[in-house]
Ligand binder design. Structure first.
Ligand code: SF4
Length: 472
């Protein structure tokens, strides 16, 4: 029997983290096949809400062909005496959590990137209408966040009717993000942590600071603060920043402590502004990722919506797999688009001076936030298709990374005792792929041409770092 008697399937925390494979899905909503998908929360006046109403614009679940894919918009309108528009981001992010409580419903990602699947078994049990999903959301919002007093839910699946609200939602996200810009991590005493994605990645916790937006790109520092205030027992919690251990890398004693506690000892240190050493972990719903390209000693960036292979030949999904799961993986780093707009973006690694490639669609979104002189020096898929072409492009355009190649080349040749480059004996397996490159113990280990077996390993001391372990 369900937690709600009039809902044909179970609803509860145990269904969070449920994965629904394509072969088991009744229908898919949003996701990579659909251009238009979004979820949005709006705080309205009480008189503008018909409490308990569920509206479906377009085909309902029961009218969708088995195995088909549809666009999806979810709009939550809420009202309450203490509800303010500042809480819209907080309410909106809970859609992910509460939808995942429904047996046989999988919800991934956020905002303009949502991806849902309905399992065949749950459909057969009777979960064949958005009416049920809407009712569950309404009840969970009211019971978990009592400041929500009235709520109505709209689902849009009509491919034509979704366009306009989708565009409007993009404008609202941008306005929200702009609010936190300009604030500095140095100016606040508290950061916020979020463990909402621990059902998918148990050791992951997002550290949300004014200048490091959450990985999913949907919880700003302000949202974190609001969420921790209205729901102190919820997934978002306050972090006392503690002492500044390393300003460049972004290490704070309070953050280390919080990460250790929330990851049950798995993560002991977090460096907020770097992709190496002790990078911020990633769950699975990050908006984009930075990936190290050893051949040019620079970073590529990619976002979830990019459908082609990136410059190193790997698609977003493979890069995402390399960093997801709450691990700290050198050189593969889940990030949000808003974090790319921050002056602290990969600051310890050289910031934008280290970025060499990104899809044109990301460039368009962040170009106003990167140093002007760099804008035409960073390649996109329209400029180059291979690493060799990328090298030529960077040289021709005078990208600052090229200077560092010049500095390092003579050292590499002369430093025989400290740099080792050689063939690995045939058939020696490299089991840790695709975690390349690896930085550890004061050395950078670059695995080249490695798929299952590495042909070459370069071990090079890191400039300015003493030997003897991370962080020394
Ligand atoms: S990505 Fe991070 S901030 Fe966003 S919901 Fe997941 S844990 Fe929370």
């Amino acid at each position: 029997m369900s937690m709600f008697e009039d809902i044909p399937v179970e609803v509860g925390v145990i269904y969070e983290g449920e994965r629904i494979r394509r072969k088991n899905m009744q229908v898919e909503l949003g996701g990579p096949k659909q251009e238009h998908k979004f979820e949005l929360a709006r705080v309205l006046k009480s008189e503008d809400i018909e409490d308990g109403k569920v509206t479906i614009v377009g085909p309902d679940l029961k009218n969708m062909e088995e195995g088909s894919s549809y666009p999806l918009g979810i709009i939550i309108d809420a009202a309450g005496e203490k509800l303010e528009p500042d809480l819209e981001g907080v309410i909106e992010r809970r859609i992910h959590e509460y939808t995942n409580f429904i047996e046989g419903v999988m919800h991934l990602n956020q905002r303009y990137d949502i991806w849902l699947r309905l399992d065949k078994k749950s459909f057969k049990k009777g979960l064949n209408s958005f009416e049920y999903v809407g009712k569950v959301l309404q009840r969970l919002f009211k019971s978990e966040l009592p400041i929500v007093e009235k709520i109505q839910v709209t689902f849009i699946t009509d491919p034509e009717k979704i366009r306009e609200p989708y565009e409007a939602a993009l404008g609202i996200y941008e306005a929200r993000d702009a609010k936190a810009r300009g604030m500095k991590d140095e100016e606040v005493d508290k950061f916020y942590g979020c463990g909402l994605c621990q059902s998918f990645a148990p050791t992951h916790v997002c550290i949300i600071t004014p200048q490091r937006y959450s990985n999913c790109g949907s919880i700003s520092w302000f949202d974190g603060r609001a969420s921790a205030r209205i729901d102190p027992k919820g997934p978002v919690f306050e972090i006392d920043k503690g002492e500044l251990v390393d300003a460049e890398k972004g290490e704070f004693s309070g953050v280390n402590e919080a990460a250790k506690q929330k990851s049950l000892g798995e993560v002991t240190k977090v460096w907020l502004y770097t992709a190496f050493g002790y990078p911020h972990t990633s769950c699975g719903c990050f908006e984009g990722a930075a990936f190290y390209i050893p051949e040019v000693d620079g970073f590529g960036l990619v976002h979830r919506g990019f459908k082609e292979a990136t410059i190193n030949g790997l698609p977003f999904s493979t890069i995402a797999d390399s960093t997801a799961g709450g691990r700290q993986v050198d050189g593969f780093h889940g990030v949000s688009i808003e974090y790319m707009r921050s002056p602290k973006f990969l600051k310890a690694d050289g910031g934008w001076n280290r970025v060499v490639w990104m899809p044109a669609s990301i460039k368009e979104r962040v170009v106003d936030f990167l140093p002007k002189e760099l804008a035409d020096k960073i390649a996109t898929e329209g400029d180059v298709k291979t690493i060799d072409e990328l090298k030529t492009f960077l040289k021709d355009r005078g990208h600052p990374i090229v200077e560092t190649w010049k500095e390092e080349e003579p050292v590499a040749e002369a430093a025989a005792p400290t740099e080792v480059e050689g063939e690995i004996p045939v058939e020696m397996p490299v089991a840790t792929l695709p975690t390349l490159p690896i930085t550890t113990g004061g050395y950078k280990i670059i695995l080249k041409d490695a798929k299952i077996y590495a042909k070459k390993v370069i071990i090079r001391p890191i400039k300015g770092e003493k030997l003897g372990g991370k962080g020394k």
